[in-house]
Design a protein around this ligand. Structure first.
Ligand SMILES: *Cc1c(COP(=O)(O)O)cnc(C)c1O
Length: 492
């Protein structure tokens, strides 16, 4: 291990291996006479000196960047049991489909009659997502989950204003919610009211009843919630909210617990967003383009972002004739390539395949949870859905925190799970194994977690100082995030 550590820590910067004149590529001589260049580019915009770029050969450049990429943990290199933000394996074939020339080379300003295939794909994907969620119609414009939340809340607001109910300025959100929920509600101009969870991890009905009133616009809910628990009272919850004139918003970022099993529409929800970059075959994380489509029930369709793709008289077209629409929420029509991957994923899985993915995700999570519950505290003794939350409180009493457990996992080649979230569980470790992992991988993970629990008991210092196998050990995480050093300083 020491040798490996040395190798990574001693990695030279690309500037340090640079040698003048070395290159990976030779450009053809410029065939524009120099004096013409000065006419094309005004002198004031030209450099005095050549930029100080590293000069390396092709193999050096390739080795440098491949080496850097290998310092990262990825779904392609190891188990990635992150909770709440599904980090599952996504079939590579869907990337190939999205890269097909007919999809990747079209321009968003092309006339409708030249992109009928693309419009058909958008239309059909919307129809399929409406079917999957039990909604009437879906907009594919929003670019992420949080963007979908904002869009959905703007629709909620427009609906209430349309009905002369502009005094409905408050949104109820459970204390187990994902952080984007209250942030989106505040961004949409609502006041956020928290509702407590009950002892089973669901919404406390009495608390909910006591805060419902003529000033409440609606309730935002994730079901199963971030504890991985399905709220059995959802029908009653929907009744309480609707009876008081409110609407129900469904955070469907991680819909891989329910595909083909139940639908937000059947539970009583009015507005839904999905994360295509979690559940429908676009890799999540790393900041690549995502998509957070929003679906609504029939009475809310007129408020959806415009334009909506319609099929009329044998042609697909953008319908801009939506007087009640909240308007556009994204330039052009959303992140189209993500939608292509979703379409390919849904068609290749089929209804039975989607249902099987959800059933397997739920089975895998319960399998691992049951293996670990003897060693880590389980705050809610119930079957979980696609993910579960355990607590390192037992270990904390020995001086080993959830953070220490997470760091130690890296030494065993496993990506740490989400920690300290949801906020209502102390020393939370949130695990989502996903549907794509083998039983052997799940067993190996459980064994490692049990081993760490044993280390916490007999050798806590080892866990507290982990990781040992990474290029850097414990960082000042706040400083690393707030003051990242992203630029090479020649003088240093
Ligand atoms: C990921 C996630 C979101 C936000 O999605 P982004 O695309 O990251 O904005 C919202 N709610 C839940 C439950 C999530 O897991």
């Amino acid at each position: 291990m020491a040798g490996k550590e040395l190798e990574m820590n001693d990695r030279a910067l690309i500037f340090e291996i640079s040698k003048p004149g070395r290159m990976a590529y030779s450009f053809a001589d410029c065939d524009v006479p120099e004096k013409n260049i000065e006419q094309l580019i005004p002198r004031e915009y030209m450099r005095e000196n050549a930029p100080e770029l590293p000069e390396v050969s092709e193999v050096e450049a390739v080795r440098h960047f491949v080496g850097l990429s290998r310092l990262n943990h990825a779904v392609d290199t190891g188990f990635y049991p992150l909770g709440s933000c599904t980090m599952k394996y996504n079939p590579k074939v869907n990337e190939d489909v999205a890269a097909l020339n007919g999809f990747s080379s079209v321009h968003p300003l092309q006339p409708e009659n030249t992109v009928q295939g693309c419009l058909e794909l958008v239309y059909r994907t919307g129809e399929m997502l409406a079917e999957i969620t039990g909604m009437e119609k879906v907009s594919l414009q929003p670019a992420a989950g949080a963007h979908g939340e904002l869009t959905g809340l703007m629709i909620m607001k427009a609906w209430h204003i349309h009905n002369g109910q502009e005094q409905r300025r408050k949104i109820i959100i459970p204390d187990s919610a994902h952080g984007t929920n209250p942030a989106s509600a505040a961004f949409a101009g609502f006041e956020v009211i928290q509702v407590k969870s009950n002892e089973r991890g669901g919404v406390d009905l009495d608390s909910l009843k006591s805060i419902m009133g003529a000033d409440i616009a609606g309730l935002m809910l994730t079901n199963p919630n971030t504890l991985g628990l399905f709220d059995e009272n959802i029908k009653q919850i929907a009744h309480i909210v609707h009876e008081a004139g409110g609407l129900l918003y469904y955070d469907g970022a991680n819909a891989n617990a329910i595909l083909g099993i139940t639908r937000p529409g059947d539970m009583g929800f009015d507005i839904v967003h999905l994360n295509l970059h979690k559940t429908f075959s676009t890799p999540h994380g790393g900041g690549g383009p995502g998509s957070g489509p929003v679906g609504v029930t029939a009475r809310l369709v007129p408020f959806l972002p415009s334009p909506i793709v319609e099929f009329r008289d044998g042609k697909y077209r953008f319908d801009y004739n939506c007087p009640l629409s909240i308007g556009k929420v994204k330039s052009f029509y959303g992140n189209f390539a993500v939608v292509v991957k979703t379409y390919a994923y849904i068609l290749s899985m089929g209804p039975e395949g989607l249902k099987m993915a959800s059933e397997t995700a739920v089975l895998n999570a319960n399998y691992v949870m049951n293996k670990l519950k003897e060693y880590y505290e389980l705050p809610y003794e119930r079957s979980c859905m696609h993910e579960f939350v355990i607590s390192a409180q037992k270990q904390k009493n020995l001086g080993v925190s959830a953070l220490d457990v997470a760091k130690r996992l890296m030494d065993y080649g496993i990506h740490p799970p989400t920690i300290y979230f949801p906020l209502i569980v102390k020393e939370a470790l949130m695990v989502e194994p996903t549907e794509t992992e083998s039983r052997e991988t799940l067993d190996e993970f459980a064994e490692v977690m049990i081993k760490i629990a044993e280390e916490a008991e007999h050798d806590p210092e080892t866990v507290k100082n982990a990781p040992y196998s990474t290029p850097v050990g414990r960082l000042d995480e706040v400083r690393a995030a707030r003051e990242p050093v992203l630029r090479w300083d020649k003088e240093k």
